[in-house]
Design a protein around this ligand. Structure first.
Ligand code: FE
Length: 201
């Protein structure tokens, strides 16, 4: 079995945003799919390590901002490379608005947004799969949506742009673990992938 076959499945990239009380949070996901058109339903899978996951399980409401090819690496750093437990990911963000559900969505580097309400969830161990009904959606620009492959080819910093370091590099996001040995249960703090996605540098 060649697991590289799974890398040939194409994915988009999205900011999944939620709100609890007056606190906004969001994370980057690559697993948004429309599952039915009547009614209009989407599915999204979220890693349980994300604060966004816990809030979504609790509130059942979210927005999806569809990242376009015009998005900058800063957007991925803001929403993907820090935790909402330590930082307010919306702090100082200029391009954001509130949808009718009062949850924020992003307006810069984004080509569309959708609001949705969870109708069902499935516990998948490391992740939860949420199935949700779309309650509102708009196209924001004619820019092409960014695929995961486009991100790897054009947006992610190239290894030579990273400062010289010894250790292991996450092939998914570029995070560098400095040390002689990578602990076998190590999980990338940025993208949450495991040791199988690290290479020695
Ligand atoms: Fe990573």
């Amino acid at each position: 079995m060649d697991l590289n076959a799974l890398n040939r499945i194409s994915y988009g990239l999205y900011v999944l945003s939620v709100r609890l009380g007056d606190k906004d949070n969001g994370c980057i996901v690559n697993t948004v799919t429309q599952v039915t058109s009547s009614p209009t339903r989407i599915a999204v899978t979220v890693n349980k390590q994300n604060l966004t996951h816990d809030v979504l399980l609790h509130t059942g409401s979210f927005n999806v901002s569809v990242i376009s090819e015009s998005a900058k690496f800063a957007l991925f750093k803001r929403f993907g490379f820090q935790s909402g437990r330590d930082a307010d990911k919306f702090d100082g963000l200029s391009g954001a608005r509130r949808a009718a559900n009062q949850i924020a969505y992003i307006t810069e580097g984004i080509c569309a947004y959708l609001s949705a309400k969870v109708i069902s969830s499935v516990d998948l161990g490391t992740h939860t799969l949420f199935i949700a009904e779309v309650t509102e959606c708009e196209v924001l620009s004619e820019d092409a949506p960014m695929t995961y492959a486009y991100y790897h080819a054009n947006v992610k910093p190239k290894p030579e742009e990273s400062p010289a370091a010894k250790g292991f590099r996450c092939k998914i996001c570029g995070y560098i673990y400095e040390g002689e040995e990578l602990p076998p249960d190590f999980i990338c703090p940025w993208c949450k992938h495991g040791v199988e996605d690290f290479e020695k540098i």
